[in-house]
Design a protein around this ligand. Structure first.
Ligand SMILES: Cc1cc2nc3c(=O)[nH]c(=O)nc-3n(C[C@H](O)[C@H](O)[C@H](O)COP(=O)(O)OP(=O)(O)OC[C@H]3O[C@@H](n4cnc5c(N)ncnc54)[C@H](O)[C@@H]3O)c2cc1C
Length: 500
């Protein structure tokens, strides 16, 4: 029987981060991945010679000293991740259809404040108040600074106040509130349900800088793969845990794998959806309260995605990396609630990609969606879905392209949709629990499943444990690793690598 120090379950960005952190600290690690390949939501696919992103399009934190920059430095893969920063002046554009007006939002907090004050001259105090409070939350959150090296993750007041409540207290201006809530698409929770603290922690990265990454998630996958090999991590794809055995004193002694192999390890860290973890844990060791807590977690928003190519010369100035959010009106709560009737938000992400022998104009458009939209086909699998499902997809493609043409009329006749993905596609292709984009909904006052589980050598990390997005998923692993690596060693390791 092979003996490991740690088993890591799931090879999305959090599992990859966790495996590498442990291996760099001298531990013998086995990484298990249910899919045939590693990467989870980082994965890309190719159509018509162009690469398309699935679950990773852009990120904050890649500027020098940013949180992602620091985490990549610690992991020794920063040089392999090449940021393509969006234009500082209009990284994000919010087009509010009911007002027929576009708000270009730059990055850099001072620049953002100045631009917003230009759009909303009477709201100067509200704008200052908003950003002061965001910065205050992030300062009070130790995990947002790898230099602070403290294990304290206690809640602060803003963890118990909804984003909506804070914004309503600051301003009556609906358009300003919509623009400030617009980043909700990056975590998929309505403003009345997310805490102001978590909204701030997720958005701060995007307020400091917005970048795509050359070669997208593939660059992360390749960089991790190289380092994991260098540090001797065993990677087993097409493999998951089928049984936990030899449980004594609330510790698991033996892990039985789907391959038939049995292994032992001191710890096992799950970076998968909490409800998937629940399936693996033997019920007799779980309290009713624990089971109810995990079962009560709701899903964050999912997306219906459209993948397209645009002919050259259709955009002035030249087609380049930009993000345009089309908001039908100023009520973000309704737009992010997929089951509610009426138009929802639509995010259009544009990028120039290497497509074989030439550059291609790639467009990926995302519209909030939920499993309720595809409930009737939930038991079907990729390639075997009925005509009614294909019709549903075509209707959504048609409606989305119409909306894109209403904002970019010169794309008509030049936009070629090459593929699309429903919540079911994401569920099956990315092997995530329910097709939602960001794991469990980060609800106000919710205690996520993070760290030690009822069986004491099992732990939970991953996007649902802390915060969604590549940064939140990686941060979760940095936090949980503290419990597994001796404190002094871990602090020394971070201190040594974060500055390099
Ligand atoms: C459409 C979409 C767009 C997004 N856009 C962005 C974006 O632009 N920027 C951003 O930062 N974030 C974005 N996200 C969110 C981001 O992708 C996630 O927050 C992050 O990648 C999650 O990483 P993870 O490791 O926690 O989970 P995952 O990437 O979901 O990885 C989990 C892994 O575990 C595996 N697995 C599942 N069950 C088992 C099991 N029982 N045993 C073994 N393995 C198992 C899965 O196959 C998967 O590989 C987007 C997500 C989606 C879906």
């Amino acid at each position: 029987m092979r003996v490991f120090d740690d088993i890591v379950v799931g090879s999305g960005v959090s599992g990859l981060t966790m495996s590498l952190l442990l291996a760099m600290n001298g531990r013998k690690v086995l990484l298990l991945e249910k899919n045939p390949r590693i990467g989870g939501s980082l994965s890309r696919f190719s159509k018509k010679g162009a690469p398309f992103d699935t679950g990773f399009h852009f990120t904050g934190g890649l500027q020098k000293g940013g949180l992602l920059y620091d985490m990549l430095s610690v992991l020794g893969i920063r040089d392999a991740i090449e940021p393509v920063f969006l234009s500082e002046d209009n990284a994000n554009s919010f087009f509010i259809e009911s007002e027929n007006r576009t708000y270009n939002v730059p990055y850099g907090i001072q620049r953002m404040k100045d631009q917003l004050k230009e759009y909303f001259p009477k709201e100067s105090a509200a704008i200052d108040g908003y950003f002061d409070r965001v910065l205050d939350v992030c300062e009070k959150t130790p995990s947002m600074n790898l230099h602070s090296l403290t294990a304290n993750q206690s809640h602060i007041n803003e963890d118990f106040i909804a984003l909506e409540e804070v914004l309503n207290g600051l301003t009556d201006n609906r358009s300003l509130r919509a623009v400030l809530c617009g980043f909700a698409m990056c975590y998929g929770v309505r403003p009345d349900e997310i805490s102001f603290a978590n909204h701030s922690r997720i958005c701060i990265g995007l307020y400091e800088s917005v970048a795509r990454v050359r070669e997208g998630g593939t660059a992360f996958e390749n960089a991790f793969k190289k380092k994991l090999t260098e540090y001797g991590v065993d990677i087993a794809c097409n493999t998951h845990i089928v049984e936990l055995a030899d449980i004594h004193g609330k510790k698991v002694g033996r892990f039985i794998l789907s391959s038939g192999e049995e292994v032992t390890a001191q710890n096992c860290i799950f970076t998968i959806h909490p409800k998937e973890i629940l399936k693996v844990l033997p019920q007799e060791y779980l309290s009713r309260a624990f089971q109810d807590r995990v079962s009560s977690f709701e899903s964050s928003t999912g997306f219906f995605s459209l993948f397209a190519l645009l002919d050259e010369g259709q955009e002035e100035p030249n087609f380049g990396e930009t993000i345009v959010s089309i908001l039908p009106h100023t009520d973000i709560t309704r737009q992010l609630d997929p089951p509610s009737q009426g138009p929802s938000a639509l995010v259009v992400i544009k990028s120039r990609e290497d497509g074989g022998d030439k550059k291609q104009n790639v467009i990926c458009a995302l519209e909030p969606s939920s499993h309720e939209h595809v409930q009737q086909w939930k038991d079907t699998t990729v390639g075997k879905r009925p005509q009614a499902y294909l019709d549903y997809k075509q209707q959504r493609i048609d409606a989305m392209t119409e909306r894109i043409f209403s904002v970019f009329p010169n794309y008509k006749g030049h936009l070629h949709v090459v593929d699309s993905a429903s919540v079911l596609t994401f569920r099956d292709y990315l092997n995530n629990y329910d097709g939602s984009a960001y794991g469990v909904k980060q609800k106000l006052g919710q205690y996520n499943l993070r760290g030690r589980l009822p069986l004491h050598n099992l732990h939970a990390a991953g996007q649902s444990a802390l915060l969604p997005g590549v940064i939140g998923a990686m941060m979760s692993s940095f936090i949980v690793a503290r419990a597994l690596i001796p404190e002094e060693q871990y602090n020394g390791f971070l201190r040594k690598n974060v500055c390099s």
